[in-house]
Design a protein around this ligand. Structure first.
Ligand SMILES: *Cc1c(COP(=O)(O)O)cnc(C)c1O
Length: 492
């Protein structure tokens, strides 16, 4: 089949006319090298040192054009323009008689993710180390810390975050599912891991093979787990989950003694810890919290009175760890605060947390919109006529929640600018007010300029906590939205 006949839009691809210059060629030429601008990197991005440092943007050595051979000239024309230097490594020049270029698919798969789509999440592992230390400083000596790394460490990457927290002294890891625990083991992490719920019985072989402790609250699971372990000469360690009032999972606090009587006959079962979870540790009102706390204290005392050693006693999530030292017991279980977000306004200022996640994008289009014209779905935002409307390739499918539309700012070169119009699935717009040119300095946004959607630059800050407040939700949901989306995640 002649290349012209390939029904995919690339007809005549191998036979570009001499002198032909595509729009992409023209753009690249105008942005790289030849325009004499010194503040551009090899990809043509205007990229100040601070921006580059913040974004972790790595600039590879520019690919040097090599002299062309006769054969290449014959196919591609006489000038380098017909075979741009940055295309060389991605394809082989066809042998004579072949009709099209031969692409190198390995090289193609190495194109950096942040080059393929101009939006990404950056995670600062140093912040997680710092936050772990800051939380540990709230604890009496000897109190353990379980780093809760469920949901891929709230979208920050479970394996990397677990390692950072452990290097700062975390003793235990908490996950939601057996698969999450197996992922940590396969990465070579040896710390004790607790699944914070009772998993299906089908996972028992995995628990034993990978030394993963389950939470237990049904006698059926306890016995199956113990029998499976015993049959191969292993112990069956577990933590008992006590329901003290949240009514999600657990043995009800006033049925714990009876439950322990039912299962304790099994010699393989080993109670390593006893825990509960608070429903209102992050609420302004403290009454319900106090009721749950006293149910738990009484249950532990009762177990001891009956000669049952509860093992490691634990209850506190981030909010309780920060607000209520009296419920630290033997171990605390912070999640959200490890990643640098405050579980509730009551905790602001009570501990020094550094947000680990920042969200970045590059401008994909800049335009002036005549006064009165609308922007984005519904045309709900109207142009004042004195702005540049800039488009970013990030939307609610990337965790940039639609409910934030027209209510949040983005940061460019240390200044805040309002996001305008409805946030779309994959894109959104923001506006640069040209009347502030005098006070803010240079205000000529261009395609490729880097923008921060979450993070800090100069005095400008946009936080996950602020977004959660605006949306009437918790920061957990907002950071997981960004971090588990299709955006690439890079580490610093
Ligand atoms: C998720 C979770 C935590 C951590 O809660 P944060 O609010 O993120 O600190 C602690 N314990 C249990 C049982 C959990 O499910």
């Amino acid at each position: 089949m002649a290349s012209e006949d390939i029904p995919n839009g690339f007809t005549g691809f191998s036979q570009r006319r001499p002198g032909f210059q595509s729009a992409g060629d023209a753009l690249r030429r105008s942005r790289i090298g030849s325009d004499g601008l010194v503040d551009r990197d090899s990809r043509g991005f205007r990229n100040t040192e601070t921006q580059a440092a913040r974004s972790g943007w790595q600039v590879p050595n520019a690919v040097k054009p090599e002299p062309q051979t006769q054969k290449e000239q014959g196919l591609w024309g006489k000038s380098n323009d017909f075979f741009p230097a940055d295309m060389r490594k991605y394809l082989t020049v066809p042998e004579s008689g072949q009709s099209g270029p031969q692409f190198n698919y390995e090289e193609l798969s190495d194109i950096p993710e942040t080059d393929k789509r101009w939006s990404w999440v950056q995670v600062d592992l140093g912040a997680i180390h710092h936050n772990t230390l800051a939380l540990k400083q709230l604890l009496e000596p000897g109190v353990k810390l379980m780093a809760v790394v469920k949901a891929d460490a709230y979208g920050h990457g479970a394996v990397r975050c677990a390692r950072s927290a452990m290097s700062a002294g975390a003793d235990y890891l908490g996950v939601a599912t057996v698969d999450e625990a197996v992922e940590l083991r396969l990465a070579g992490i040896g710390a004790p891991i607790l699944v914070l719920a009772e998993p299906p019985a089908a996972t028992i072989p995995l628990l034993l093979a990978y030394r993963i402790m389950p939470s237990v609250y049904t006698a059926e699971f306890a016995v199956q787990y113990a029998e499976a372990a015993d049959s191969i000469g292993l112990r069956a360690p577990y933590h008992l989950k006590v329901n003290t009032g949240m009514n999600r999972i657990g043995v009800r606090f006033d049925e714990v003694i009876e439950f322990m009587r039912r299962v304790s006959f099994h010699r393989a079962l080993e109670l390593v810890g006893t825990f509960t979870h608070f429903a209102t540790a992050d609420a302004a009102d403290t009454m319900e919290f106090n009721i749950q706390a006293s149910h738990f204290v009484e249950t532990i005392a009762e177990m001891r009175a009956y000669g049952i050693d509860p093992g490691i006693v634990h209850a506190a999530n981030s909010a309780a760890t920060i607000r209520y030292p009296e419920v630290h017991f033997d171990m605390v279980r912070p999640g959200i605060s490890l990643y640098g977000y405050y579980p509730c306004p009551e905790t602001y200022g009570m501990v020094d947390l550094v947000p680990a996640m920042s969200v970045h994008a590059r401008i994909t289009q800049v335009k002036t919109v005549p006064v009165g014209e609308g922007v984005s779905y519904g045309l709900l935002h109207r142009s004042g006529g004195f702005t540049k409307v800039c488009t970013l390739p990030i939307g609610y499918a990337d965790g940039y929640r639609r409910g934030l539309s027209d209510r949040i700012d983005v940061i460019m070169e240390g200044n805040k600018h309002p996001q305008v119009g409805a946030i779309c699935m994959d894109q959104c717009m923001f506006e640069v007010d040209l009347r502030t040119r005098r006070t803010l300095g240079r205000l000529e946004p261009e395609i490729g300029d880097e923008v921060l959607l979450v993070g800090a630059q100069g005095n400008a800050v946009v936080t996950i906590d602020e977004m959660a407040d605006l949306l009437g939700t918790v920061p957990h949901e907002v950071c997981i939205g960004f971090g588990t989306s299709r955006m690439p995640r890079i580490y610093s």
